[in-house]
Write a protein that binds this ligand. Sequence first.
Ligand SMILES: C[S@@+](CC[C@H](N)C(=O)[O-])C[C@H]1O[C@@H](n2cnc3c(N)ncnc32)[C@H](O)[C@@H]1O
Length: 247
Amino acid sequence: MSEIECEKVLPYASEGNNKTEQVEEMFDKIAEQYDTMNGLMSLYQDRYWRRETLRSLKDLHPQRLLDIATGTADLAINAYEELEPKEIIGVDLSENMLKMGRKKVEAKNLLNVITLKQGDSLNLEFDDASFDAITVAFGVRNFADLQKGLSEMNRVLKEGGRAAILELSEPTNPLIKLGYKIYTRGFIPVMAKLVAKDLRAYEYLPESIAACPQGERMASLLRQCGFSSVKVRTFMFGACSLYVANK
Ligand SMILES: C[S@@+](CC[C@H](N)C(=O)[O-])C[C@H]1O[C@@H](n2cnc3c(N)ncnc32)[C@H](O)[C@@H]1O
């Protein structure tokens, strides 16, 4: 069992449930407002970040793709548009997030390509070496055991396969970090009160971002979990990071 800061950051600290159960409960609660809040909070950059994540897989021409922590399925749908694989499977803990995702997949007529399943990324139901590529956007900082989650990704990837991991991070420049803190701890909770039903979810957000390994630390964890040649790219002064890791 690994001991990484973000594993100890819980959505609802006072309750008895473990992190995985609390994360599922939190996303079940905010599912209907999730897409609206995500766009607002990221100043609509989330769409660009997801596209760039998928572009990092383009040269691989993946045919079987797994989208971990798929949520409302934006990345899974974008993956079809960018990469046109034969099959995409999206896995998520939260049935309410998946429900929103299934509506979008159906509206896009993609039910024959994209399958959304409830499941835990820490214990994937798939065989070893069964996917060409894996994507995960804004998911890993919610894992109760980050190393287990990254190792599971490595296990189900084929040799020569690639994982593209997008995660929110903190800017490193002190001045920009100050502005970022005012934004995430001042503006976002106000928006959360207005739009979302769960203020705590949007307090948990900056707390979990601050506690999540980023940059070289995340790259080093990925290498420990079996990946090689990890590339790191940042967006918006470091407010978001993309890790592209080959197996
Ligand atoms: C911030 S949302 C991201 C959703 C989507 N990937 C996107 O790009 O908008 C995080 C999602 O990760 C899911 N999640 C967190 N931990 C998970 C786990 N251990 N296994 C599966 N899903 C998980 C949550 O239920 C939630 O839907």
